[in-house]
Design a binder for this molecule. Structure first.
Ligand SMILES: [Zn+2]
Ligand SMILES: [Zn+2]
Length: 349
């Protein structure tokens, strides 16, 4: 079977790998689609993401859907042949954060395809992967597997909106119209946001933000753009660049909330801290998600317009060109790798 292994910066290889044997408590999943995430691109282009560096070869991928084909000893879950999405996180359930119900910031979690711990947790970009059976979620009836592959990034977006607090009827600013920014738009609208303004440098990315439901789109490099709001109630930073955070801090109203979701460059970032002081802005981080995964699958099942955010489906053998496409936001939104699982088991395909 084929898998996508990152060996170091710029060194992505599609390799023939042995089919894993599901161990105790594990399920074997025949992966159909895997979404290429910004973090996968960071491992490929920079050899790390945020402050996590690659230290050994690692299967990439944490946005995977497919069908369950076997269980290991003492494992059970959806019946064999069921279409499933894989929740990528296995929190420890004993640390203080887990005890507080904040499993997404568990200090000892295992996250598919992540170099945050060593040995790294291998990812899901392979034709078959063994994962803890408790991570399987049945795909709702009628939900196309390609759209279901958005469950992980949509969960990230839903969590960020939840971190923002009440958004119903409010004006929400989203900086960055990559796949995550677009899904934040959709999540904010689903939560009842009254108006959503999105900024980005690229008109093509802003086009995807429109598909996701943005009310106003603004060219971030054009101070004369008529779409700039005077102020917003909530700002969610989804670009991962310091300039985006600056925009959020300048435009959020006094006492408003800014959520930093985009992963900033490694190390320290400058920010307009005095605005946080003098306007009593609440600056909050948002990282991954927990139970939002189930809500994401339900939202995807209910809303066909998400299909417009899947801009390409590329066979795994062409993974490098898929990564190049995903890295070019002028040509793509979410790019999926196709691992060619049994098409007859894929609903809607
Ligand atoms: Zn992701
Ligand atoms: Zn924990």
């Amino acid at each position: 079977m084929l898998g996508c292994v990152i060996h170091g910066q710029g060194d992505l290889r599609v390799e023939e790998l042995p089919v894993p044997e599901p161990g105790p408590g594990q399920a074997l999943v025949a992966v159909r689609y895997g979404g290429v995430c910004g973090s996968d691109l960071h491992y490929w282009r920079h050899g790390g993401v945020g402050d996590f560096r690659l230290r050994e070869p690692m299967l990439l991928g944490h946005e995977v859907v497919g069908t369950v084909v076997a269980y290991g000893p003492d494992a059970s879950g959806p019946s064999l042949g069921t279409a499933v999405a894989v929740h990528p996180a296995t929190p420890c359930d004993v640390c203080p954060e887990c005890a507080d119900g904040r499993r997404n910031i568990c200090r000892d979690t295992r996250y598919l395809g992540s170099a945050a711990r060593f040995p790294h947790v291998q990812g899901g970009f392979a034709a078959q992967v063994a994962v803890p059976a408790g991570q399987l979620r049945p795909v709702p009836d009628g939900l196309d597997l390609r759209r279901a592959a958005l469950a992980e990034p949509l969960s990230v977006a839903l969590h960020a909106v939840r971190r923002a607090g009440a958004v119903a009827g409010r004006h929400v600013l989203v900086t960055g119209a990559g796949p995550i920014g677009c899904l934040v738009v959709a999540a904010a609208k689903a939560a009842g946001a009254g108006w959503v303004t999105v900024t980005d440098l690229l008109p093509e990315a802003l086009g995807y933000a429109r598909i996701a439901g943005a009310d106003t789109v603004v060219r971030a490099d054009d101070p004369e753009d008529a779409g700039w709001p005077a102020e917003v109630d909530v700002a969610i930073e989804a670009s991962g660049v310091a300039a985006g955070l600056d925009t959020c801090l300048r435009l959020v109203r006094r006492g408003g909330v800014v959520v930093q979701l985009g992963m900033l460059p490694p190390g320290r970032s400058q920010f307009a801290g005095n605005l946080v002081v003098s306007r009593e802005i609440e600056l909050r981080g948002a990282f991954r998600f927990d139970a939002e995964f189930d809500a994401a699958l339900e939202l995807l099942a209910a809303e066909p317009s998400f299909d417009g955010l899947v801009s390409a489906v590329v066979p795994v053998g062409e993974a490098e060109s898929a990564f190049a496409l995903a890295a070019d936001r002028g040509r793509s939104c979410k790019v999926l790798l196709d691992f060619g699982g049994p098409a007859s088991m894929v609903p809607g395909v």
